[in-house]
Design a protein around this ligand. Sequence first.
Ligand code: GUN
Length: 277
Amino acid sequence: MDDNIIDGRAISEEILDIVKRRVSELKIPPKLSVVFCGNDQGSDIYTKIKKREGEKIGFQVDIHRFDEKITQKELISDVKKLCNISDGVLVQLPLPNHIDKREVLKNISPEKDVDGLSPFNLGNLFLGDESFPPATPKAIITMLEKSNVELAGKNVVIINNSLLIGKPLAIMMSNRKATITICNSNTQDIIEHTKNADILISGVGKPGFIRKPMLKKGVVLIDAGICKFKGKVSGDADFEEVKDICSKITPVPGGVGPVTVATVLENTLNAYLRRKN
Ligand code: GUN
């Protein structure tokens, strides 16, 4: 592998090895319940990977699939029930349009919230308490730390304004004293911002969106975009075009995705241990 590539699979294995060892010492395996509503393709892929990887290292992982016509009331009632019988509960996003995700996320018990998306745990992020960190932002920070990328004082540009990536990541980066810019689909002249980035995180979901003229030489590029393009899983970057201008770059597949899955399982083990101790 080129020496500027951040290998998500290797980092994920490192995390999973430690989690596996600790799970093997437990009498009862941690139980993770994943709630999946409707039929979003990307979310479905991640759900299946969470189950496969979790079971490989000794977790019980149950996927609860609900029809996209489920009412908000029924869904909330099921989430509450799952919180009573699981060590970790995770509601896959997006939810169908008629469901207000805020109302659902409010009903995940904070001590079972292994995706860190409940208002209580998001509020704690603002206070600098990251005991239940959102999985993708935490995965990105782990990848940067393991690659010895300093955050304090750096210009970080995030092209994603969502609850799953951009918003919590901005707070976590700010907790580490980086200077943050969040771009969204209304941002004027995005290159003005990206050209200034020491660290660029892209979560757009458009293959080929990140091109060489957008980047400063030596940028660290974290590609958190994912979609299927011509039958292949692709990120946002035109990888071959940009890889030589980046001091470090994450590939897709094999980048942020596997580390996110490992982080969810690590969060689930931590939630289990916190409650038992
Ligand atoms: N949809 C796609 N990825 C994720 C994830 O990591 N967490 C949640 N909650 N929903 C997702």
